[in-house]
Design a protein around this ligand. Structure first.
Ligand SMILES: [Zn+2]
Length: 256
């Protein structure tokens, strides 16, 4: 009896209180820090590509993405793609597209301010009325010329109402009309970073949604566009865009 108690005790002492986590190598996350907030010099939003810092330095990420071959779409949300070295990449379609649009808006908006050319605007068939709170309305009114430079043609419609006549031209602009209330609230944000937040909001609302089916051609076009951006690893909100299963991971797990 005493020996049985001893055995039970020794077994209990050996087994850890909670099961150890399975050592699963898992995918590598290509990460990048959120973009630094824009430097403000007067009304300029100045940011250079040198200011992007990769947390996990993945030299040549753009180079790798440029050579990805799309294989399929998972759950109408993630593009699966093969790299020339036989590794697998998973790309979040919404975040990838959001990053592409954000960088495009950013460069044209900044360029527009420099060259005093406005970003192309897409006229809405029906102007949209948005309602602001009082403090938002006054801020928004002051910013109307800047919004015009971004392709957001907007005018005060008496009181706290504003009439939005156009949205920035470009991919996904047809989705924007349904989200102008949120967009204009961002444009009226009482923050030094409001321009950056507005560009992120516009990119998010214009980007491909999850649940959108993409053909192989569209997947390839998205990857090609992502290869051109300066920070392809993270969406403008700071979330990861890519997961990477290396060939060594497959060799290890399948025991090839
Ligand atoms: Zn988003």
């Amino acid at each position: 009896m005493a020996s049985l108690t001893q055995i039970v005790r020794s077994v209990l002492e050996r087994s850890p209180a909670s099961p150890e986590e399975a050592a699963f190598p898992g995918p590598l996350l290509a990460t990048q820090r959120r973009l630094p907030g824009p430097r403000r010099r007067g009304l300029h939003v100045a940011e250079s590509a040198e200011e992007y810092h990769a947390e996990v330095s993945t030299p040549g990420t753009a180079e790798v993405i440029a050579h990805l071959r799309p294989l399929a779409q998972l759950q109408q949300a993630v593009v699966l793609a093969e790299a020339p070295d036989g590794s697998l990449y998973l790309i979040d379609q919404h975040r990838a597209h959001e990053r592409v649009i954000y960088e495009h808006l950013r460069s044209t908006y900044m360029g527009g301010q420099r060259e005093e050319q406005a970003t192309d605007a897409h006229l809405l068939l029906e102007p949209v009325i948005v309602e602001m709170k009082r403090h938002q309305a006054d801020l928004l009114e002051m910013r109307l010329p800047m919004l015009r430079g971004l392709g957001l043609e907007c005018e005060r419609f008496g009181g706290r109402s504003f009439l939005v006549r156009s949205v920035p031209d470009g991919e996904g602009h047809e989705q924007l009309a349904a989200h102008l209330q949120e967009v204009m609230e961002m444009a009226a944000e009482d923050s030094a970073d409001w321009e950056d937040h507005l560009l992120i909001e516009l990119a998010c609302r214009s980007a491909l949604r999850r649940g959108r089916e993409l053909g192989l051609g569209e997947q390839a076009a998205l990857l090609k566009a992502l290869a051109m951006v300066s920070a392809p690893a993270a969406c403008p909100h700071g979330s990861p865009i890519l997961l990477h299963y290396s060939r060594n991971f497959l060799i290890d797990r399948f025991d090839w």
